[in-house]
Design a protein around this ligand. Structure first.
Ligand code: PRT
Ligand code: ZN
Length: 224
């Protein structure tokens, strides 16, 4: 269902939402976040913001339900691999990397364990929310392993006896340290990215996207 207005999916609440709203505002998109609305209409441009959980954003783009989305590369790539494995469409256009949401997806092990390289992970059980990304990395290295899928509390899995290691997002490293873990392998360096669906959009929408991108370039450069 194509709408006249450009639809942009952003995270409703979480680590990307504030900076994402700020970026749009700096690009001149006026809107007012009130209450618990799913859709917020811009007051000065033909743009609707769709406020959702970040997990839903890659699929909304890949199914062509929304035009643009802002999402962490970690989530985008995981969902892409998942969908490819299920034979579902996983296409998108990466318009630009943004200057927030930076983190790395890393495998971490007991801080006192010896670590000489990926072969030390052979046969281990790794707790993670990103099984596809872990599999891609380990397959490339030829290291076999098993997973323990957790959507939260990944960092306590080794202590709880659920897994030998974890693979989770790290920014300062404080969470790993607090849980007696150390980084062994960085498997992905991630930032928030602006993505577009691959369907044909109207000339008006495409022109609006170009305008937003030009403004974004200016906004991001001004901060550097
Ligand atoms: O509710 P919803 O599903 O929308 O949100 P969410 O809880 O799934 O995601 P959210 O808001 O936590 O994160 C959104 C995105 O922010 C992630 O997908 C990443 O792209 C990015 N990001 C950047 C991070 C971090 N930094 C980060 N540090 N996401 C999570 N963390 C967590 C990490 O999982 C760990 O628990 O922070 C902890 C580690 O932080 P340090 O500083 O202790 O290392
Ligand atoms: Zn999420």
């Amino acid at each position: 269902m194509q709408t006249q207005r450009l639809r942009i999916a952003i995270q409703k609440k979480g680590r990307l939402s504030k900076e994402c709203q700020e970026l749009l505002k700096r690009c001149g998109v006026k809107f007012n976040m009130v209450g618990e609305r799913l859709v917020v209409h811009s007051e000065n441009m033909p743009i609707d913001l769709l406020l959702v959980r970040d997990d839903d954003i890659p699929g909304l783009i890949m199914d062509g339900v929304v035009d643009l989305g802002v999402i962490g590369e970690n989530e985008l790539e995981e969902v892409g691999l998942e969908r490819e494995a299920r034979g579902e469409p996983a296409n998108y256009i990466k318009l630009r990397r943004l200057d927030f949401g930076g983190c790395r997806l890393s495998i971490a092990i007991d801080k006192d364990a010896q670590y000489n390289g990926p072969q030390d992970l052979q046969g281990k059980r790794i707790a993670t929310t990103y099984p596809q990304l872990v599999k891609r990395y380990m397959d490339e290295l030829g290291v076999t392993f098993s997973t323990c899928m957790l959507n939260g509390s990944v960092e306590v899995a080794p202590r709880a006896g659920l897994a030998d290691a974890i693979c989770d997002l790290v920014s300062t490293g404080a969470t790993l340290e607090a849980n007696g873990l150390k980084e062994a392998e960085v498997i992905l360096r991630s930032k928030a990215v602006l993505i577009q669906q691959t369907g044909d959009l109207s000339a008006d929408k495409q022109a609006l996207i170009e305008r937003l991108l030009t403004r974004m370039q200016g906004v991001i450069q001004a901060k550097e």
